[in-house]
Design a protein around this ligand. Structure first.
Ligand SMILES: [Zn+2]
Length: 383
């Protein structure tokens, strides 16, 4: 499998280099069919490529072709593809020819043979392709399937607003909250310790490699703990509520803003970078992404609203002023005297904003991964 992944990496890098040359000399990219032709030539020069299932190599070229097209997509350009390094995201994909024997927990990989795997869940529908990848010394198989899904109606009619934060990972408009999981913070000390040890070892020595392995295992653990937390949390929320409203926060912008510019160094850089760390720790972006698709699966939906004033507005009388938030943890309304936990108050405002958008036929920012600003949606509310 390492050999297969290695050959796919070689073909990726070689073809990417060709395409980059084309780009530099302002010529058109080679088409997929032309790249496939050059693959045949490569096989004659480097005969070891013949040991690898040819369709996995062709699939690599298709993936590169896709990546280049995505990079030049005018509407939502993605990152330009990069050269692959050994040991990082080793993988290869079979577009066909594989077999899945779920009863016996094994897959047939052409030119490799039957391989046993741990069957984590039943594979539904028709398998379209199969990818083998390596992460932290373990090989994984993922199967892309095609299946018909009927439009579902969500079993619940509940609607809820969610305010995300540092002290509490999430606070809901009904007063419920989710405690944060600072998985990174807890394991950070251990990581720092391991890294210090690494720095004392001779680079590329066998002890250094062993230490490096330990560190990557810990990174993997942190990622898994976080993933598990997010999946459990979003599962519960998407099951209990048909409509979820959240603020349209730009996580990437928030984490960038702390650095500031050279002339105008951001205020509270230290405090802010602490906040950023928490933001990234908490994985709000991933939280939102999971919520969106899980709600969709059940026939519910996620609504995003403009985050303006949600923390200063009184959810009781709508009076909005800075002084409402003289206390960090509480909202105390200067007009009606209403007093409430600040996060719950914000969550209620978020829900109300979501209702307003929904009543006007839904927002055009219902897709949280889109990068457009949220202002338009709010401006159209009840115009
Ligand atoms: Zn009030």
């Amino acid at each position: 499998m390492s050999q297969f992944a290695g050959c796919c990496r070689l073909i990726w890098n070689k073809s990417l280099a060709i395409q980059k040359e084309k780009l530099d000399s302002k010529e058109k990219f080679l088409k997929y069919t032309e790249l496939a032709k050059s693959l045949t030539e490569s096989k004659q020069e480097q005969t070891f490529l013949k040991d690898v299932h040819s369709q996995t190599l062709q699939q690599t070229l298709k993936q590169l072709d896709r990546a280049l097209k995505d990079a030049f997509n005018k509407k939502s350009p993605k990152k330009f593809p990069v050269f692959k390094k050994k040991g990082l995201k080793d993988s290869f994909t079979y577009p066909q020819g594989f077999k899945i024997d779920q009863e016996n927990s094994r897959v047939f990989l052409p030119k490799i043979g039957w391989v046993r795997y741990r069957n984590s869940k039943k594979v539904p529908g028709t398998a379209k392709n199969l990818t083998i990848s390596k992460s932290c010394g373990k090989w994984y198989v993922s199967i892309q399937v095609e299946l018909e899904i009927e439009d579902k109606k969500h079993a619940s009619e509940s609607r809820i607003g969610i305010d995300v934060g540092i002290a509490k990972f999430a606070t809901m408009s009904d007063g419920e909250d989710v405690e944060p999981l600072n998985s990174f913070r807890k394991l950070e000390k251990k990581l720092a310790f391991l890294q210090k040890k690494l720095s004392r070892k001779k680079k590329f020595s066998s002890n250094w490699k062993k230490q490096k392995e330990k560190i990557s295992k810990l990174h993997n653990k942190i990622a898994n703990v976080r993933k598990d937390f997010l999946h459990k949390t979003t599962y519960k929320i998407s099951k209990n509520h048909a409509m979820v409203v959240m603020e349209d926060l730009k996580v990437s912008n928030m984490s960038k803003s702390a650095k500031g510019t050279i002339e105008n160094k951001g205020k509270n850089v230290k405090a802010k970078s602490g906040l950023n760390k928490s933001i990234l720790d908490q994985g709000w972006f991933e939280f939102r992404r999971q919520l969106e698709y899980k709600l969709k699966w059940r026939g519910g939906h996620l609504e995003l609203v403009d985050p303006k004033h949600t923390s200063q507005k009184c959810s009781n009388c709508s009076h909005t002023e800075k002084e409402n938030r003289n206390s960090q943890s509480k909202l105390e309304c200067k007009q009606c005297g209403h007093s409430e936990n600040a996060d719950v108050n914000a969550a209620k405002n978020i829900l109300a904003a979501g209702h307003a958008v929904f009543a006007c036929g839904g927002s055009d920012i219902s897709h949280p991964l889109k990068q457009e600003p949220a202002e338009n949606a709010q401006a159209s509310v009840c115009a």
